[in-house]
Design a protein around this ligand. Structure first.
Ligand SMILES: Nc1ncnc2c1ncn2[C@@H]1O[C@H](COP(=O)(O)OP(=O)(O)OP(=O)(O)O)[C@@H](O)[C@H]1O
Ligand SMILES: Nc1nc2c(ncn2[C@@H]2O[C@H](COP(=O)(O)O)[C@@H](O)[C@H]2O)c(=O)[nH]1
Length: 193
């Protein structure tokens, strides 16, 4: 039976950094690419970070019954949707190990879709002050920093990742990302059994 490791955590907790490191160090992990209608950013490639698509295509996929989960945020730059599609990337009957990245909400819905036995959560945590500092430093480095969007995300995380939701989703282990190498070492004890 397939296994799906699901990386999640609040904004700037280090999910992307951890995801990339895991795929480099553990090439047997198959990457599952999600979809978004948000504009592609400088340095991103279609099919790598996401499949960049349109609201019209999202509608078609809805009609085809292929949407596993979707989220739309009223961002400081307009509505952006992110979604997971049953597009053949995951073969549940195989013995493959997959790596996905998302939010607590997307994790919960993906788990409901594929079943609790397939999904293994990798919840990344960083103390809020440190996380905000990392988010700000990352934004500062951008050519066109979007500070309002950063603040919206930071505040939304409070509600989206509240303790009651974490409990409901069965998140009983947290991987602290103070030090990247230590965090990866801990995660690898779960990923490489
Ligand atoms: N252990 C660490 N120590 C210091 N900086 C880190 C560490 N892990 C990640 N970072 C940095 O923190 C910032 C946020 O990391 P990253 O972009 O991976 O977070 P994310 O959770 O994917 O964020 P988002 O959900 O907002 O896209 C990046 O600039 C990254 O280089
Ligand atoms: N829990 C929340 N997640 C949010 C919110 N706005 C966006 N997001 C999630 O973040 C990533 C966006 O990543 P990026 O590649 O566009 O930097 C994606 O998984 C969204 O679902 C929010 O308000 N709350």
């Amino acid at each position: 039976m397939a296994k799906i490791f699901y990386v999640m955590g609040k904004s700037a907790s280090g999910k992307d950094t951890i995801y990339k490191n895991l795929t480099e160090r553990q090439p047997q992990l198959k990457q599952v690419v999600l979809y978004t209608t948000r504009p592609i950013r400088e340095g991103e490639k279609d099919g790598e970070e996401y499949y960049f698509t349109t609201g019209e295509r999202l509608n078609e996929l809805r009609v085809e019954g292929k949407i596993i989960e979707e989220r739309t945020y009223q961002t400081a730059l307009g509505p952006w949707s992110y979604f997971t599609v049953d597009d053949g990337q995951i073969d549940v009957k195989s013995d493959d190990t997959y790596l996905m990245i998302g939010t607590l909400e997307s994790y919960e819905k993906t788990r409901n879709y594929y079943g609790v036995d397939l999904l293994i959560p990798l919840y990344i945590e960083v103390e809020d002050g440190k996380r905000l500092k990392r988010a700000l430093e990352r934004e500062f480095m951008q050519k066109d920093p979007k500070y309002a969007e950063l603040c919206r995300r930071y505040l939304a995380d409070e509600e989206d990742f509240n303790e009651e939701r974490l409990r409901r989703c069965g998140i009983d282990r947290r991987f602290m990302n103070d030090n990247l190498e230590e965090c990866l070492r801990e995660i690898l004890t779960v990923v490489v059994e």
